[in-house]
Design a protein around this ligand. Structure first.
Ligand code: SF4
Ligand code: SF4
Ligand code: SF4
Length: 219
C-alpha cells in the first residue's frame, strides 16, 4: 500500500497537468477552489497532488539527480527565515500590491500575449524552474502566494503527518526527502503551514513510524 502512494500521486499530478491542455481532465484551480474547505481538516493536498506548477517542480527535482545536478537544501536556521518570504508576499498581495504579478504563476497557462508583466513573470518562473534543478520546489518554498494562502488555513488541521518516536531510529530520511525542508524527525506531528501532504516522508521512512492520521494533541 505504502509503495503505491507516490505512483498514485504522480498519476494524479499528470492528470491535472493534462487538464491545462485537454478539456477531458479537470483544471487544477477549479478543483482547488472546490476542495478548499478540506484544508481545514486534512491540510494542503492541492499543492502536493494537484497543482501543475508544483508537479513540474517535483518532476524536475526527480530528473535533476539523474542528470548529475548537485542538490542543495537550505540549513534549517536559514530556512526558517527565508520561508517567511512567501507569507510576506501573501500579506502584500492581500492589499493588492503584487497580486497581478503573482497571479501569473502558471506562466504556461496563459497564451503568449505581449505584455511586460507577463514577460517578466514568465522570466521569473523560468528562473525558479532552473533553480529546481538544484533544490526542491524553490517556488513553493519561498515565493508562492497561493501556497502561503492555503498553508495558513492548515495549521490547526486535526488529521496530518504523525511520527512515532518509539520506533524512530533517527535516520533522517524523512528530513532529507521532504521537498518543503520540514524537519519531520524532530516533531511528533507536522502542522507546519508549508506541508503539502506529498507523503514522501511517510513512504521514505524505513520503520513505518510516519503515518497520515488523526493528530493527538497530547503527544
Ligand atoms: S505552493 Fe504554489 S506553486 Fe507550489 S504547489 Fe502550491 S500553489 Fe502550486
Ligand atoms: S525516516 Fe522514520 S526512522 Fe528515520 S528519522 Fe524519520 S521517522 Fe525516524
Ligand atoms: S512533511 Fe512529509 S508530507 Fe509534508 S511536505 Fe514534508 S515530506 Fe511532504
Amino acid at each position: 500500500m505504502k509503495k503505491l502512494i507516490q505512483p498514485l500521486r504522480l498519476l494524479v499530478q499528470a492528470c491535472f497537468m493534462a487538464g491545462l491542455f485537454l478539456p477531458i481532465f479537470p483544471f487544477a484551480d477549479n478543483i482547488g477552489q472546490k476542495i478548499w474547505i478540506t484544508i481545514l481538516f486534512v491540510g494542503v493536498f492541492f499543492c502536493g497532488w494537484i497543482c501543475p506548477f508544483g508537479a513540474l517542480q517535483d518532476w524536475l527535482g526527480w530528473i535533476a539527480p539523474k542528470l548529475h545536478f548537485p542538490r542543495y537544501k537550505l540549513p534549517q536556521k536559514l530556512q526558517q527565515y527565508v520561508q517567511l518570504l512567501r507569507y510576506v508576499l501573501y500579506g502584500l498581495s492581500v492589499i493588492n500590491i503584487v497580486l497581478f504579478f503573482l497571479n501569473s504563476r502558471f506562466f504556461f497557462e496563459h497564451s503568449v500575449v505581449a505584455g511586460a508583466w507577463e514577460w517578466v513573470s514568465g522570466s521569473v518562473m523560468a528562473l525558479f524552474l532552473l533553480a529546481t534543478l538544484f533544490t526542491d520546489r524553490p517556488f513553493c518554498n519561498y515565493f508562492c502566494v497561493k501556497g502561503a494562502s492555503l498553508g495558513v488555513w492548515s495549521v490547526l488541521r486535526p488529521i496530518g503527518i504523525t511520527r512515532e518516536e518509539k520506533s524512530c531510529v533517527h535516520c533522517s530520511k524523512c528530513d532529507q526527502i521532504c521537498p518543503m525542508n520540514i524537519e519531520v524527525s524532530s516533531v511528533a506531528f507536522v502542522r507546519h503551514p508549508n506541508c503539502i501532504n506529498c507523503m514522501q516522508c511517510l513512504t521514505a521512512c524505513p520503520k513505518g513510524c510516519i503515518k497520515f492520521k488523526l493528530i493527538h494533541s497530547k503527544r
